[in-house]
Design a protein around this ligand. Structure first.
Ligand code: ZN
Length: 234
């Protein structure tokens, strides 16, 4: 009887430890602007702030560069995921590209730059690749965030949906749905990959918000939460 009680006590203790552990793994707490998520070790995300260096991406008449906004948001996502235990890497931490001097030709330069980022994700053993961009159109009519995935990747689609689901919660955001996209980077990564276009620089209203840190934080939090949810949900 005594022995039985002891065993049962141990079992209870083990169960308790296990349930606390699983709570740590499953619980996603968002305190203020910081994401507090706990995970078992081993999840790695490669964040790719689109463009950089010679390639500014979209530019406004006022001289706002897409490449700068992409980097600012990526750094915020990294910061927010920091305490979660998810390993976060950036393809660039500053305003650079990966094209060696002397390489000519628009397409080849772009491809060399993207190939380096794709390789970085592979070398880091990343589970996910998330490329961040800002959109632009000639008309200036469109606005809002959009997330793209590779049409043949179910996992990519799930990641895209989890991110987009958070983005559309941002006040004032229109409710776009995820779309399959034919982009070099998501066609060539070896892990599930998405492109998040956080908004439109061509929209005057959105252009102002995109440059502001409070709005970038809202976008970053949504992206971070989408990524965290990907690893929490089965
Ligand atoms: Zn872009």
């Amino acid at each position: 009887m005594h022995k039985y009680v002891r065993i049962s006590g141990n079992k209870t203790a083990i169960l308790l430890v296990l349930s606390v552990m699983s709570m740590l793994v499953v619980s996603v707490l968002w305190q203020g602007s910081t994401a507090v998520v706990s995970f078992e070790k081993g999840h790695i995300v490669m964040l790719d702030p689109g463009h950089g260096g010679y390639d500014p991406g979209a530019i406004t008449n006022q001289g706002v560069y897409e490449k700068s906004i992409n980097l600012q948001i990526a750094q915020k996502v990294k910061e927010m995921l920091g305490p979660s235990g998810i390993g976060v890497f950036l393809t660039r931490e500053e305003d650079i590209d990966y094209v060696p001097d002397g390489v000519k030709g628009r397409t080849i330069r772009k491809q060399i730059d993207l190939n380096r980022r794709i390789d970085m994700a592979k070398e880091a053993n990343a589970d996910l690749f998330v490329s961040l961009h800002v959109n632009a159109t000639a008309t200036g009519q469109d606005s809002g965030a959009e997330t793209f995935y590779h049409s043949k990747s179910e996992t990519g689609k799930r990641l895209a949906e989890l991110i987009q689901q958070e983005l559309i919660k941002i006040p004032g955001m229109n409710r776009r749905i995820v779309k399959p996209g034919d982009f070099y980077i998501i066609n060539n990564t070896s892990m599930p990959a998405v492109i998040v276009e956080v908004g439109y620089l061509s929209s005057l209203k959105e252009q102002k918000k995109l440059q502001q840190s409070w709005y970038q934080e809202q976008l970053a939090r949504a992206i971070a939460k989408g990524i965290a949810n990907f690893f929490v949900l089965p």
